[in-house]
Design a protein around this ligand. Structure first.
Ligand code: R5P
Length: 294
């Protein structure tokens, strides 16, 4: 299998190749990394070329963090038109949060993007909402990286730790990460007390004196997690950490989290940032091996 890395996922693609080599995946899968080049024309358009020969079976790995990343992905897919099987891995899929019309006249951007991706298999990682998978014209699998975050957390030293989701939408992520650790998980519940006041509390657990790891699928502006950190600290949590699968971390998000009192930030390499301490490469490598088997 040839692995082609888009410009946003070069390091991750290299790690996937490594993960294939060091695990039992090697028995079913041989892989090569193909070199591609990406440059801009004077008018700003993207030029993409896969420099090495493209074989019959290809896996393209490219997160679509920016609009240009999406163009690069589409170009790479087109460059592989002669391959007999094309797998596309989109570790972080941009626009996935616009998965419905919130106001009349809006597009379902996630659907618009998904419809442009033509491949045999599409893999996403903790996509914002799995209903988006139905929009792809391909077989789809959403991989779960949260157990990898759980494994990482397991090696850290905490006082009576608790994993908390900032809302019930992220409870499945908190549950999955905590299953590796055998520790408590909970989510924050918003209760309207009156027209003007709401109380936000962990649904079941008292955080006083405990180390808390807030986990969400995406940290973008940092607003959601910063607010959660402040709240938990007011409620007597000891140290508060922030964890996520996709560290979008736009603008001043990191500073916002530190200002709110975060002790540390833990994220995966679906987007390559300084806080990407957990690699999703083994998850992708195992999925590739399964595709090969069946
Ligand atoms: C929302 O549905 C997501 O799960 C995240 O909670 C959200 O994207 C976080 O965004 P921000 O960091 O901008 O608050």
């Amino acid at each position: 299998m040839d692995i082609i890395a888009g410009p946003a996922s070069q390091l991750l693609a290299g790690r996937v190749k490594e993960a294939i080599e060091v695990t039992e995946v090697t028995e079913v899968l041989e892989s090569n990394l193909l070199i591609s080049e990406f440059k801009k024309f004077p008018d700003g358009e993207l030029y993409t070329r896969v420099v090495d020969d493209i074989g019959p079976e290809v896996t393209i790995i490219q997160s679509t963090v920016t609009d240009t990343d999406l163009i690069a992905l589409l170009q790479l897919i087109d460059a592989c038109s002669d391959a007999s099987r094309v797998n596309v891995v989109i570790p972080y899929m941009g626009y996935a949060r616009q998965d419905k019309k919130f106001k009349p006249g809006e597009p379902i951007s996630a659907r618009a993007i998904a419809r442009t991706i033509k491949a045999d298999n599409v893999y996403t990682i903790n996509i914002h909402d799995t209903s988006i998978l139905d929009y792809f014209d391909a077989k789809t699998v959403d991989l779960d990286a949260t157990p990898m975050i759980g494994k990482y957390i397991k090696n850290m030293k905490f006082i009576n730790p608790l994993i908390i989701a900032p809302d019930d939408g992220a409870i499945h992520i908190a549950k999955s990460a905590s299953s590796e650790l055998g520790i408590d998980y909970d989510y924050l519940e918003k209760t309207r007390l009156s027209g003007e006041t709401v109380s936000i509390q962990p649904k079941n657990v008292n955080v006083k004196g405990r180390d808390v790891i807030i986990i969400d699928d995406i940290i973008s502006t940092g607003g959601t997690v910063a607010e959660t950190i402040s709240l938990l600290r007011k409620q007597g949590a000891h140290e508060v950490y922030a964890a996520c699968v996709h560290p979008v971390l736009s603008n001043n998000a990191i500073l916002k989290l530190f200002k709110a009192g975060v002790k540390g930030i833990i994220a995966t390499d679906t987007i390559d940032k300084g806080v990407s301490v957990v690699s999703v490469a083994p998850v992708i490598a195992s999925a590739m091996a399964l595709t090969k088997r069946f």
